[in-house]
Design a protein around this ligand. Structure first.
Ligand code: NOJ
Ligand code: CA
Length: 557
């Protein structure tokens, strides 16, 4: 099968189904809700939907703990609803990709239950069990959500199972060929159904160092992050290569790897012309505000727009050198809202700034991903009690923060800034009591600010963030500029520190993107061409200069 990079043209929208649209008024978003909103999504110019997990799950990690890979969780609907969604997306020329979570399952998966019930079951070797002589945990590795990576097996003194994430998410044993074949069968079953591909979860964790040795602790808890022994470890390449050959390659499917920590030198293997994946996410600047991505209670990082700019362009350079392709993101279901994160002064977290950030990332080489609510400029929430949080990692991090000596108030402040629940508040469709998401109290409280930040209001306002996203979609798809946006070379411009400026160049065309990320006026050289997009009503040009107003973004071509 040909391996053309057909997916280079896509514009992807991530749906977090639980928080998108509830149709049966149980307070939980569902598949029928996604169907209901397909025509809305189409207006954004998107060509593909990434659906976060809808598989059967006890929802400890909101679906990233799967108990049956081939069933839809009843909270979201039925397999018939899924088939209907697939049909309805196709009708509209939209492709659908699923979330592939195969580093771990739920502890409620029948494989794990059988592994616990019977030592001699073939499923025992689907997971990682260790028995220690002294009865202590096998080593001092710390899981990503906090605490040991080892949990004691009930009724088997001295035996533990391994989990990179929460205890309810036991890791699959990729060393076992039978397990690998079972996973491939499942993947191909979905591909046969007609999905276009997958976003792939936690993929650099599949391989663990088999010496299982402890390392010097990196925290007061005496533990060391599992990342050092269970992320991007030697031997991972074999698994990824086999995975691709046994599944995606046969279908010419698109794959986007959640691949934290891939060193630049390995990028060609991951996303080069014959790489394991079509693309990986560029997360380079998503965590610019914190010292440690998983253990954010350790505090904030100091950063400037200049740092942001440097990070964006050096990541792009590495991707280009690898001959690869990237997925550009401002937000996802694990991140705070970008407006709250990248605009430090809360008074400046305006629709104007949301549009500037949008223009900044959308036209970079790569496929733009839009996370639900980003297109209307949703912001972080403020919660006053830990009880108002749902996310397992937020709650664990909060507890760890208290143990590390933080005052509850401080810990709550960090949580409000960084919790994954920020992105998971229900979609704001309108300004009614439950935001048009549901007619009942949603599973997670709505955000605090819906006034003006909702689809219904933004539909009416030509200058809204929503309508700006629509204009960006049209511009990227416009035949006159399309090939330059897709394949044009990237050239960074010499501009003031707080302006992001770049060009996309093809043999016959130059498109210039200029974004002022400050509340002060900035001056840059006047670009050639005419204005293709402007997030202000006016444009101040003189003979040689362009004056950028606060948070003004302009595109010339
Ligand atoms: C990354 C997913 O995006 C996140 O939501 C999840 O908690 C972990 N992987 C574990 O599956
Ligand atoms: Ca529902």
């Amino acid at each position: 099968m040909a391996t053309t990079r057909w997916w280079k043209d896509e514009i992807v929208y991530q749906v977090y189904p639980r928080s998108f649209q509830d149709t049966n008024n149980d307070g939980i978003g569902d598949l029928q809700g996604v169907i209901r909103r397909l025509d809305y999504l189409k207006t954004l110019g998107i060509t593909m939907i990434w659906l976060s997990p809808v598989y059967r799950s006890p929802m400890v990690d909101m679906g990233y703990d799967i108990s049956d890979y081939q069933a839809i969780d009843p909270q979201f609907g039925t397999m018939a609803d899924f088939d209907e969604l697939l049909k309805e997306t196709k009708k509209r020329g939209i492709k659908l990709i699923m979330d592939l979570v195969v580093n771990h399952t739920s502890d409620q998966h029948t494989w794990f239950k059988q592994a616990l019930a019977d030592h001699n079951s073939p499923y025992r070797n689907y997971y990682i069990f260790k028995k220690t002589i002294d009865g202590q945990v096998p080593n001092n590795w710390r899981s990503i959500f906090g605490g040991s990576t080892w949990t004691a097996v009930p009724n088997e003194p001295g035996t533990y199972y391994f989990h990179t994430f929460a205890p309810q998410q036991p890791d699959l044993n990729w060393e076992n060929p039978q397990l690998r074949q079972a996973v491939y069968r499942m993947i191909n079953w979905w591909l046969d159904k007609g999905i276009a591909g997958y976003r792939i979860d936690a993929i650099t964790h599949l391989k663990k160092d088999l010496d299982w040795v402890s390392l010097p602790p990196d925290g007061k808890d005496g533990l060391v992050s599992v990342i050092k022994k269970g992320q991007n470890r030697p031997g991972l390449n074999k698994f990824l290569d086999e995975l691709k050959t046994a599944t995606f390659k046969k279908y010419n499917a698109v794959t986007i790897g959640e691949a934290y920590g891939v060193p630049a030198a390995d990028l060609p293997q991951f996303i080069g012309p014959d790489g394991y994946f079509s693309m990986i996410f560029d997360f380079s600047y998503l965590n610019i505000d914190i010292a440690n991505v998983d253990e954010w209670y350790r505090g904030k990082a100091d950063w400037t727009i200049k740092d942001l700019k440097k990070t964006i362009f050096s990541a792009q350079k590495a991707i280009k050198q690898a001959g690869g392709w990237t997925a550009n993101v401002l937000e996802n279901h694990d991140q705070p809202r970008v407006l709250s994160k990248l605009i430090k002064n809360s008074a400046e977290q305006t629709p104007q700034a949301a549009k500037a950030l949008a223009a900044m990332y959308y036209f970079l080489p790569g496929v733009p991903f839009i996370y639900q609510g980003q297109e209307i400029g949703m912001k972080n929430f403020q919660r006053s009690s830990i009880k108002q949080f749902n996310d397992v990692s937020s709650i664990n991090n909060y507890q760890t923060a208290l143990k590390a000596g933080l005052q509850p108030k401080q810990a709550l402040k960090l949580l409000n800034d960084r919790s994954r629940d920020n992105a998971r508040t229900p979609m704001q469709w309108d300004n009614t009591q439950f935001g048009g998401f549901s007619q009942t109290q949603p599973w997670l409280e709505l955000g605090n600010d819906r006034q003006g930040i909702n689809v219904a209001a933004e539909e009416q306002d030509p200058a809204s963030v929503l309508n700006f996203y629509r204009r960006m979609g049209k511009l990227r798809q416009d035949k006159r500029y399309h090939s330059t946006f897709i394949d044009g070379q990237l050239r960074e411009l010499t501009v003031p520190d707080e302006v992001i400026g770049y060009q996309r160049q093809s043999a016959s065309q130059t498109i210039t993107v200029l974004v002022n990320l400050t509340a002060t006026v900035q001056t840059v050289s006047r670009p050639t061409g005419s204005v293709l997009l402007n997030n202000h009503t006016k444009l101040q040009l003189n003979q040689n200069q362009l004056i950028l107003k606060p948070y003004q973004a302009v595109i010339f071509g």
